[in-house]
Design a protein. Sequence first.
Length: 338
Amino acid sequence: MLNKVDDLLKEVESFNGTTLEETENFRIKMLGKKGLITELMGEFRNVPNEQKKEFGQKINVLKTAALDKVNSLKEALEDAADESGPKIDTTRPAEFTELGSRHPLSVVRKEILDIFGRIGFAVSEGPEIEDDFHNFTALNFPPEHPARDMQDTFFIDDEIALRTHTSSVQVRVMENSTPPIRTVSPGRVFRNEAISARAHCIFHQVEGLYIDKGVSFADLKQTLLYFAQEMFGDKTEIRLRPSYFPFTEPSAEVDVSCLICSGKGCNVCKNTGFLEIMGCGMVDPNVLENCGIDSTVYSGFAFGMGIERITMLKYQVNDLRHFFENDLRFLNQFKSAY
Ligand code: DAH
């Protein structure tokens, strides 16, 4: 009787059904109501008393082995069937995945860089924590200039401040390269100003710089006209008004014809027909010299614009604070922008 159990155990161990049907038949043969194991268990009473214990243990081992074998074979065979058959319902509608979008300031920043990139301007960046030399002194700010005042600038100590404009990057570029230089420098700037619909203590600028032999004001004007028409449409006109910046001479303020009324006069342009978009000028020879460039050989122009300002004009956003609040109702409106 014990041998019979051992033989069955061997049979169980060596069984390797290759189909579900074969495995099920094996289960019935072993464990079914009239199966071999069930039958053997029925013989328990015929086993001599001294063998009953061993017989009982062996038959339990056999039963467990048979069950384990059948279950694991079935599982493996079912898995294999899963993989071979078409288990993906290709007719089911796709799950909706919400796509993120670029922030409007990133959209416009990229657009500005792309526009200048097409006429050969490279991109350069500099540190947000800047020293007095790069933010002010090299840019020809007289020591008593009000922009150095505590009111406007976040000073870290006497020498170090958060940069108040990206013009500091033009100094770094001029120090580290030889003309011709054609570069645009985007970045975050900081000013100690109260937050309102028109001002913020953190905002973004793009600075532009072109240095070469014989660069003239006409080059500046043509470059700015190209930019304005690429950014706001090819009917856009520009107007330059004399202005003052320590680092440029002569300096000008650049206006574009009003995007709403095309220059006829409306609320947005306060009936002037024009909207201010940036400052610009011919790089002051002092600045060239401060940065190690021979001002008797080279000349150049520079310009600087606020990305918020351009974005507000382009998309008619009337409150600068929208850019910093991360309200999805605002941001979602820029989903289609690239
Ligand atoms: N740095 C100026 C500002 O923060 C902007 C600017 C004006 C930059 C004229 C220039 C420039 O390069 O020529 O308001």
